[in-house]
Design a protein around this ligand. Structure first.
Ligand code: RB5
Length: 192
């Protein structure tokens, strides 16, 4: 019978090159598998836990997005609200951003009437990079070039179909690192 040491020798750890290959998967890879760390070339497995939040202006769209993302295999942390009373987007955006900044969730999607107010609030949380996107190109690029962890959209600006396409573009893209890592590090230095 093989000793534990021999068994270990037969199962070498995964090579780093295998993991980098996942990061370099085609633009529309169905799942985001790894996250490149800064411009070092290192990659880490990325959790599939995502936080959603909105103010009263975007409840229905948020719930539609939650269902869509869950069907794609993500664990959704939906912070609400579920009832239509007026609520404050700065609180909603900050609460979601804290979940991402703390590492509890890998990514976040926040919604309000325009997407602008809740994006501004999310970006006040240290370490968060959140962009408003109302087109799929921008949604893909804020992941690939800016390593944004959060996407903001306005429920009074776009319809459900486009919003879901934007969500897909955001989730299916991966940070490219390299020169973009240098620039993201420069953004981080502004917060230090
Ligand atoms: C709420 O009426 C509205 O101001 C808010 O949803 C958002 O558009 C702010 O940026």
């Amino acid at each position: 019978m093989a000793s534990p040491q021999m068994a270990q020798r037969r199962s070498p750890p995964p090579q780093q090159s295998e993991r980098i290959e996942l990061t370099n998967a085609p633009r529309f890879a169905p799942r985001l598998q790894t996250q490149r760390i800064s411009n070092t070339g290192m990659t880490l497995p990325m959790s599939k836990r995502i936080v959603l939040s909105s103010d009263h202006a975007a409840i229905a769209l948020r719930q539609t997005i939650a269902e869509h993302i869950a069907a794609k295999g993500w664990e959704v942390v939906d912070l609400g609200p579920t009832t239509p009373e007026s609520t404050h987007y700065p609180e909603r955006g900050a609460e979601a951003a804290e979940r991402v900044a703390s590492g509890d969730c890998a990514l976040g999607i926040v919604l309000c009437g325009t997407g602008q107010g809740i994006m501004m609030a999310a970006n006040k949380v240290k370490g968060i990079r959140c962009g408003v996107c109302h087109d799929t190109f921008s949604a893909r690029m804020i992941r690939q070039h800016n390593d944004a962890q959060m996407l903001a959209m306005g429920a009074r600006v776009i319809g459900e179909g486009l919003a879901l396409d934007i969500v897909d573009a955001f989730l299916d893209a991966a940070f490219e690192g390299g020169r973009h890592g240098t620039r993201v590090d420069m953004i981080k230095a502004l917060e230090a």
